[in-house]
Write a protein that binds this ligand. Structure first.
Ligand SMILES: Nc1ncnc2c1ncn2[C@@H]1O[C@H](COP(=O)(O)OP(=O)(O)OP(=O)(O)O)[C@@H](O)[C@H]1O
Ligand SMILES: O=P(O)(O)OC[C@H]1O[C@H](OP(=O)(O)OP(=O)(O)O)[C@H](O)[C@@H]1O
Ligand SMILES: O=C(O)c1cccnc1
Length: 490
């Protein structure tokens, strides 16, 4: 470690952000109003939706955003920045407006999920940290929801800390997993910090220490009331389970024999045999816990094989988002104040139609059909000042295949982006984690099953309002024309 104290997160950013801040500062445009939006281009895991998480940490980060003396000292040593600029950084106060989806909400590809409005230099500074937080936590919450959809009402335990990409990932990943549907965690610090229920059995090392299933279980039973014995250290069916039963019988009411955990082998076959042994011994209520590189696919498969597993422990595949390690959310400038003080839209063109950004400041409206069980009909991205709640009917059409369209009359439109900070002031009351989890369950209930199935889900409509669509098309034309004119001029 260097001699600098780790006393702020202001430098938790990419150098190019500060380099751009210098350019804006030198050119006198650092305070120009700008609008950036966060979105991702593809739902993760081929899922039909993503679950938004990370806002609480974004709030923590922004509330404490300040360059400390050591930050300035470090920059002075490393970079050739003018003293005036360093002083500007030192005096910087966060004054942006943040609007965001709330944690536990469903979000979809190609719609703004967080928006930041404020002085250009500040918006630029916070890009990296905001993406860092939202990308990871949203990914893990979504993975957790997929795993939860496989386990149904069975208890689901988070076991991932030892395999997570470092400590922050273990802690915040656990929180995201809890939002997405996990019931408890093995990480005691996550329990302490967030109030997540904690849960734990024991490891193979306990049995190895005593070099005997029986002695290991007995020692554990002598020192704990609640007992789940790990039975696969030597031989699950011939030693582990028989010795667990023996100890459970010897200790009787002195312990609460909750069950056994299996962690290897063919878990369908073994769990059925273990169930039989426990039932035959008079322990029909003892539960069978399973762990070992589980994910939604193995769990579904084990259920198809009628495995007798009651409680699922999931680590590596959850906490590392094993099958898709990055969400790929991006942060794009969509509007900026010009030299006359007018806000103008900006766009990023691409030869790939899907990568062309949608210009201008927007709101996302979640449309529910009041006639059809109040389920979500789709998301309607509109120009910021449009208000679909004032419309009698709503025309929704696919932004690329415009012939796919529908008109709704009995609908409710709810704005997805809520104001979190208003010009630097926190105006959003952070909900408790239990409230977020409950909200997440309600959000999932509002989605048709066709969008929720984990294999080949239907594409949820994310449409543009006519006004926004026209604006985007006109703007693309204008930019193309401008590029052509510039080339022809040469
Ligand atoms: N019946 C089953 N159907 C589908 N997958 C299973 C079944 N039983 C176990 N698995 C999964 O198969 C994977 C590998 O298990 P495998 O038996 O090859 O290794 P293991 O039991 O971990 O071996 P080890 O004894 O080295 O720990 C794990 O992800 C496990 O969850
Ligand atoms: O498989 P995961 O989904 O990642 O779940 C966590 C794993 O961590 C433990 O194994 P580990 O080998 O680390 O410890 P042990 O010695 O107790 O088996 C546990 O037994 C699980 O297998
Ligand atoms: O409590 C457990 O059984 C546990 C905890 C962490 C990792 N694997 C298992």
């Amino acid at each position: 470690m260097s001699n600098f104290p780790d006393d702020s997160l202001a430098l938790h950013t990419d150098l190019y952000e500060i380099n751009m801040m210098l350019t804006y500062w030198e050119k006198g445009i650092s305070e120009r109003q700008s609008v950036f939006e966060v979105f991702f281009r593809k739902n993760p895991f081929e899922n039909g939706f993503a679950l938004f998480a990370g806002l609480e940490r974004v709030v923590q980060y922004l509330q404490n955003l300040k360059f400390t003396d050591s930050d300035i000292e470090y920059l002075r040593e490393m970079e050739d920045y003018p003293e005036g600029f360093l002083q500007y950084l030192k005096d910087l106060k966060f004054t942006c407006t943040i609007r965001s989806a709330v944690e536990g909400d469903l979000v979809f590809s190609n719609e703004p999920i967080l928006q930041i409005v404020g002085p250009l230099a500040q918006c630029q500074l916070v890009e990296t940290a905001i993406l860092n937080i939202i990308n990871y936590q949203t990914l893990i919450a979504t993975k957790a929801a997929r795993i939860k959809s496989a386990t149904g009402n069975d208890p689901l335990l988070e076991f991932g800390s030892r395999r997570a990409q470092e400590m922050d990932a273990a802690i915040w990943g656990t929180r995201a997993a809890f939002i997405g549907g996990f019931d408890a965690t093995s990480n005691v610090r996550a329990g302490k910090l967030f109030g997540i229920p904690i849960s734990g059995t024991h490891a193979h090392s306990l049995i190895q220490t005593y070099r005997s299933d029986y002695e290991g279980f007995k020692a554990y039973a002598e020192t704990h009331r609640d007992c789940v014995f790990l039975v696969d250290t030597y031989d699950t069916l011939r030693s582990g389970v028989p010795n667990a039963i023996k100890v459970a019988k010897e200790f009787g009411d002195k312990i609460n024999f909750q069950g056994v955990r299996i962690d290897s082998g063919d878990m369908a076959y073994i769990s059925k045999r273990v169930r039989q042994q426990l039932d035959d011994a008079g322990f029909p209520d003892a539960k069978i816990y399973a762990s070992n590189d589980l994910d939604e696919k193995t769990i579904q498969n084990l259920k198809m094989q009628d495995a007798k597993i009651d409680v699922w422990g999931v680590g590596t595949k959850l906490i590392t988002a094993f099958d898709q390690p990055a969400l790929g959310a991006v942060y794009k400038l969509v509007a900026i104040e010009d030299e006359h003080g007018q806000m103008v839209d900006t766009i990023k063109l691409s030869s790939n139609a899907e990568k062309v950004s949608t210009p201008g400041m927007k709101q996302v409206w979640r449309i529910t059909n009041d006639k059809k069980d109040h389920k979500s009909e789709g998301d309607y991205i509109a120009v910021w000042d449009e208000d679909p709640t004032k419309q009698e009917s709503l025309y929704m059409f696919h932004p690329t295949y415009t012939y796919i369209n529908k008109t709704l009359t009995d609908f409710t439109a709810r704005p997805l982006l809520q104001t979190i900070f208003d010009q630097g002031k926190l105006v959003y009351q952070l909900p408790t984690l239990d409230e977020i989890k409950a909200y997440c369950r309600r959000s999932l209930d509002s989605l048709w099953d066709e969008y929720k199935r984990d294999l080949n889900p239907q594409e949820y409509p994310v449409d543009l309002s006519q006004k926004l669509w026209d604006r985007k098309m006109n703007y693309i034309q204008k930019v193309r024309q401008h590029v052509n004119d510039t080339i022809n001029d040469k």
